[in-house]
Design a protein around this ligand. Structure first.
Ligand code: PBG
Length: 326
C-alpha cells in the first residue's frame, strides 16, 4: 500500500487556507448594472420573467443608480423603453435628444457624476416598430449600410447627453468605425466604446424582450452570431478593435466561457461579458422552487465568468453582489 506524497487537499483544509490560495476573487468595481427606463412611468414596474428587476420611472432610476454607486458598482448600462407611439420604422426616438434613453442618460449623469461609468445601449431595437436592430430594406432584411448613419447620430446624441461610454449592440458590420469617426468629429474623443463584439443569436434573451417590450418580428440570425461558431467571434473582435473598440464584450456569458477565454488570450483591450436575462431568470426560477442555493449559484457563475477571462461583467445582480462583497 503506497500513500500519496503530494496532497492537494492540504490547501483545502480550512477557510483560511482556501482564502489564501483563491485564484479568482470578485470585486464590486468590475460589475456593471443594466437598468431599464420606461417612458411615462410614475412608479417602477415589475418584469414578470425577471423577478427582482424592474422597468424604472425616472425617479426610481435615480434611486437605483445611487444605490449601485453606494455599493461600489463599476458602471451602469442604460436601456430606454419608449411608449409604443414613439416607435417607428427607423427608430427615430433613439436619436432624439429628448427621447427616453437620452433623457435617462442625463438623469444618470446628474445623479452619479463621475463616481461610476455611465454607459448607454446603442441600438435601435427598442425604438423600431418591427423590433430589429436596424432599418429594413425593401425585402424585409436588416439594411446594414442604411443603419450605420443612424448609429452614428445616436452615438453623438448619447455623448451630448453625457454618456461616458456607448455600447453598440446591433452587430452591424462596420458599426464601431462609423461610431468612432462620428464621435471624434463631434468633439467626443473621450467617449469610449464598449463593443458587443461577439453577440450570439441564441435563446437566452427571452426575458429581456419583456423588459423592453420588444415587438421583434422574426429573429436576429442574419446579424448576430451563430452559437456553434468560435473563430467567427475572434474575427469580429479583431475587426472591432481595428475600428476603435476600447473594450470588447461577449454575450451571453456562461454558455460562452470558451469564447471569453479565447478572446482573453488574443487581445490586449479589456474583455467584458454580459450575463444576460435568460441566465438570470434560470437561476431565480430554480431558486424559487427550492432546487438550488441561489446565492451560491450567483457567486459561482460570476466567478466562473471572471475565471474564464472577463474582467468586466454586466449582471442584473450587480448591486446585490457588490453589497455582499463589502
Ligand atoms: C439589443 C440588446 C439585447 C440585449 C442587450 N442588448 C437583445 C437582443 O440582442 O436581442 C439582451 C440582454 C439580455 O438578455 O439581458 N439592444
Amino acid at each position: 500500500m503506497s500513500y500519496p506524497e503530494v496532497r492537494p487537499r492540504r490547501l483545502r483544509r480550512s477557510p483560511a487556507v482556501r482564502r489564501l490560495v483563491e485564484e479568482t476573487r470578485l470585486s464590486p468595481a468590475e460589475l456593471v448594472l443594466p437598468l431599464f427606463l420606461k417612458e411615462g412611468l410614475t412608479e417602477p414596474r415589475e418584469i414578470s420573467s425577471l423577478p427582482g428587476v424592474v422597468q424604472h420611472s425616472r425617479e426610481s432610476l435615480r434611486k437605483a443608480a445611487h444605490e449601485a454607486v453606494a455599493a461600489g458598482v463599476g458602471g451602469l448600462m442604460l436601456f430606454g423603453v419608449p411608449t409604443n407611439e414613439h416607435k417607428d420604422e427607423t427608430g427615430s426616438a433613439g436619436l432624439d435628444p429628448d427621447g427616453i434613453l437620452n433623457v435617462g442618460i442625463r438623469d444618470l449623469v446628474s445623479e452619479v457624476g463621475d463616481s461610476t461609468v455611465v454607459m448607454s445601449d446603442l441600438c435601435l431595437d427598442e425604438f423600431t416598430s418591427h423590433g430589429h436592430c436596424g432599418v429594413l430594406a425593401a425585402d424585409g432584411s436588416v439594411d446594414n449600410d442604411a443603419t450605420l448613419p443612424l448609429y452614428a447620430s445616436m452615438a453623438v446624441a448619447q455623448a451630448q447627453a453625457g454618456a461616458h461610454m456607448v455600447g453598440p449592440s446591433g452587430m452591424m458590420d462596420g458599426q464601431i468605425g462609423v461610431i468612432r469617426a462620428a464621435l471624434d468629429k463631434a468633439g467626443y474623443q473621450d467617449v469610449s466604446i464598449l463593443a458587443y463584439s461577439a453577440k450570439y443569436a441564441g435563446a437566452f434573451y427571452g426575458p429581456f424582450r419583456e423588459a423592453v417590450e420588444s415587438t421583434l418580428q422574426g429573429d436576429r440570425r442574419q446579424y448576430q452570431q451563430d452559437p456553434p461558431n468560435l473563430r467567427e467571434a475572434l474575427r469580429e473582435v479583431d475587426l472591432d478593435i481595428a475600428e476603435g473598440a476600447d473594450i470588447v464584450m461577449v454575450k451571453p456569458a456562461l454558455p460562452y466561457l470558451d469564447v471569453i477565454a479565447a478572446i482573453r488570450e488574443r487581445v490586449t483591450v479589456p474583455v467584458a461579458a454580459y450575463q444576460v436575462s435568460g441566465e438570470y431568470a434560470m437561476v431565480e426560477a430554480a431558486a424559487r422552487n427550492g432546487w438550488i442555493d441561489r446565492d451560491r449559484v450567483i457567486f459561482e457563475s460570476l466567478t466562473s465568468i471572471k475565471r474564464a477571462g472577463a474582467q468586466i461583467m454586466l449582471t442584473y445582480w450587480a448591486t446585490e453582489v457588490a453589497q455582499k462583497l463589502r
